[in-house]
Write a protein that binds this ligand. Sequence first.
Ligand code: PLP
Length: 368
Amino acid sequence: MPKAQETVLEIDLKALKHNFKYLKSKLKNNTKFLAVVKAFGYGSDACEIANCLQELNADYFAVAYANEGVALRHAGITKPILVLHPQAVNFKTLIEYCLEPSLYNAKVLNDFISIASAEKQTNYPIHIKFNTGLNRLGFWENDVEYIASKLKNTNAVKVKSTFSHLAASEDLDEKEFTLSQIASFKSISENFTKAIGYKPILHICNTSGILNYPEAHFDMVRSGIGLYGFGNSDKENKHLKPIATLKTIISQIHNIEKGESVGYNRAFKSDAFLKTATLPIGHADGIGRQYGNGNGFVTINGQKADIVGNVCMDMIMVNITNIDCKEGDEVIIFDANHTAENLAKNTNSISYELITAISQRVKRVLSK
Ligand SMILES: *Cc1c(COP(=O)(O)O)cnc(C)c1O
């Protein structure tokens, strides 16, 4: 990649391919792979990511909301797309774009059946989500008979998959809880299969589930963060490659004398001479205010430069007192070595939050 001349997010499709292959190598040959590309492909570029993975034969895609699925269809994605959290107002759009809803309670099930019937659909693919302990979305174990009775009265829809979501698959201290979720999913899905009279695809694992619970891969796994290069543990991070590099440049250098302040609210006041660099990236680009006042840092010519004072909307200032650099030099916010996970840790955040926060204003650049 050439040196940055403005703030850019570079997306390395080779690293994506590497991560996909690594995660696939954890699966049995016939286990399907669903790639989660919600939230702009975890802040990267959902359409490019999905197109690359479609070529590599990923079986399924998932997004959170309907409009994300529509964007994938416009970008040429023809594989099935699961919409994890659809809203009734978008059900007609889902059908128009052949997007498959996750249905998680009686209201959305009945709303979807009504709309699919009105649209004269037969066997429209739906996915039934069960709650096994995350307590976020999902039918309960004792809803099985109710769902089955609703399905018996219509041919507008057909259950393509039954799934659940793990609450703490990355946390081995919660292994007992996770195993109980897996056991409960097994028993619910067996009852459900009996009740509806055919076997849907079963799936429960996210990335950490894939890595930590091979016995729970069932028929399909759903991976997001792993594809983007994070394994939620030092051990797994070694096998994965972060696909995104966030870079910027030095716009201006200032000499700050003792007693002067830097930035809004004069949050930083110097007690000795320092040199600062102003960078064209701020909270509107996804570097939240929590990274200000020394909680976040960047890397310039291989050296760490702390953020000085408050993060502005469009800029941050960093301390370069001991760094040999000049205006126009490249600055790394995060890359494969100075990882987003590491930077996020400083503010009690996680890789997921930092990478998905990089706003659409930041130019995406692909390397293939
Ligand atoms: C986001 C999401 C995933 C992906 O999880 P990762 O930890 O990123 O692999 C899987 N399943 C559901 C239901 C999700 O919402």
